[in-house]
Design a protein around this ligand. Structure first.
Ligand SMILES: C[S@@+](CC[C@H](N)C(=O)[O-])C[C@H]1O[C@@H](n2cnc3c(N)ncnc32)[C@H](O)[C@@H]1O
Length: 275
């Protein structure tokens, strides 16, 4: 099995559409008529969820004329938010066919199909013309990618001159190796993190100018503490990204938090510009 097939199999386990629709019904929602707010607890598959997406989109500040690319778009929560809040058009690309199918289904049910589309493909070989997007973003994707030179070079290629690329990902921290399994990898072989300085160099070598490189450790730890307090007070939420992770989801999420709290991983948000 190729590396990409293994990554795709890691994320797409089958049965996801039914599991999500059942969870939405259990939460008292009408699965035929959904809003991005209804879906927000489960369709932002990264640390700090929808709050992190809102912040990242504010940096890109798209409007109705803007066409964005979401690289590694998952089940489409961030793309739908960009369309509903900012009016942007968004194309999402993701390696995992099942995620693209679920993203399409949820987008139709939120009535955003005229502005948001998804297709299956690899971040390392984007099927788009040079300079074809006004901007791009990618959240928690490159940890699955060893060839970060190509990942950033491809993002640079498809963004128009003057356009921004914002990426949220984890860098390697000083606290020791990650504790596995984490959400993006069950074993070390599927996890590819770089030290912050090496990551900066890789991004700059692609041609981008780095405008911001923010360590989000404190914000992430705050969000874990709030989530733990809520869990203790209210019990497990009916809707959460756990629906996508399966039975070992709680352990993977717990390890991800531990990695940040022990400085094994550093959540970073990078904003860069193609000049
Ligand atoms: C943690 S999920 C994040 C999804 C989405 N960005 C979000 O934040 O909601 C990681 C996603 O990256 C995708 N992915 C991993 N490697 C990829 C690659 N080489 N090309 C495209 N997508 C990839 C996976 O299929 C998965 O959907």
């Amino acid at each position: 099995m190729s590396t990409e097939a293994k990554i795709s199999a890691h994320w797409g386990k089958g049965g996801l559409a039914d599991a999500i629709l059942a969870a939405l019904e259990a939460a008292g929602l009408d699965p035929k008529h959904l809003t991005p707010d209804d879906l927000a607890p489960l369709d932002h598959l990264h640390g700090r969820g929808v709050d992190a997406t809102r912040e990242l989109l504010e940096v890109l500040s798209p409007d109705r004329e803007t066409h964005l690319l979401d690289i590694g778009s998952g089940i489409g929560g961030p793309a739908r938010l960009a369309a509903s809040i900012h009016g942007a058009s968004v194309t999402g690309i993701d390696l995992t066919q099942e995620f693209c199918d679920v993203a399409d289904m949820l987008t139709e049910r939120t009535g955003l199909g005229d502005r948001v589309t998804f297709r299956q493909g690899s971040a390392l070989d984007l099927p788009f013309e040079d300079a074809s997007f006004d901007g791009a973003y990618s959240q928690n994707v490159s940890m699955n990618i060893a060839d970060k030179d190509t990942f950033y070079a491809e993002a640079f290629r498809v963004v128009r001159p003057g356009g921004l690329f914002a990426a949220a990902e984890y860098a390697e921290g000083p606290g020791g190796a990650p504790v596995f399994p984490v959400p993006w990898a069950l074993v070390p072989e599927h996890s590819h993190l770089m030290k912050p300085d090496a990551l900066r160099q890789t991004i700059e070598a692609s041609g981008f100018e780095i405008l911001e490189f923010i360590d989000q450790t404190e914000a992430m730890i705050d969000s874990y503490e709030r989530a733990r307090a809520k869990l203790a007070a209210e019990g497990p939420p009916v809707l959460s990204a756990q629906v996508l992770l399966g039975d070992d989801g709680p352990e993977r999420m717990k390890n991800s938090a531990r990695c940040v709290e022990e400085r094994r991983t550093i959540p970073v948000q990078v904003v860069c510009r193609r000049n």
